[in-house]
Design a binder for this molecule. Structure first.
Ligand code: HEM
Length: 126
């Protein structure tokens, strides 16, 4: 058995959270806000205005978002196939993986976003 507490935490998490979810809007916002915080830290500047939105204050803003001409979450499209998820996971159309040049959202957090979209993008429980 490892005595490294971070390893134990990972085990605890995986027991509590066999699949991902349920995931609600505040968690999705936290993931996106956090990755943009890290991006700004990494590059030492704010993202250029005029490319597309980088922050989504409400669930509806993200649900309706069109980024550089691309609908981020097309109704009826599975979470994993949405352009939002594709942009975070690999490349979107001919553009690079987002946020451009990284750091990128870890796979487990992308899975949380997928699970949120597939659950109908709930604001919160009920
Ligand atoms: C439908 C999904 C998306 C599309 C089509 C898209 C498209 C683009 C395009 C065209 C650019 C400019 C590329 C260039 O200058 O060469 C860009 C830059 C960028 N995008 Fe996205 N994007 C998407 C999603 C996202 C998401 C979800 C985030 C953040 C969580 C993000 C963060 C950024 C950042 C930080 C930049 C660089 C800005 C800068 O250099 O100042 N993008 N994106």
């Amino acid at each position: 058995m490892s005595t490294d507490p971070s390893v134990n935490n990972q085990l605890d998490n995986s027991e509590d959270n066999l699949s991902v979810g349920p995931v609600y809007w505040p968690r999705v916002k936290e993931i996106l806000d956090h990755i943009m915080e890290r991006w700004i830290e990494r590059w030492g500047r704010n993202p250029l205005p005029g490319i597309h939105a980088y922050y989504w204050e409400t669930r509806d803003e993200l649900a309706d978002s069109v980024l550089s001409g691309v609908r981020a979450i097309e109704p009826g499209v599975e979470g994993k196939d949405t352009q939002l998820v594709r942009s975070l996971a690999r490349t979107v159309l001919t553009f690079g993986r987002m946020p451009l040049r990284g750091p990128f959202v870890p796979r487990e957090e992308i899975d949380e976003i997928i699970s949120w979209i597939d659950a109908g993008m709930p604001e919160g429980p009920e």
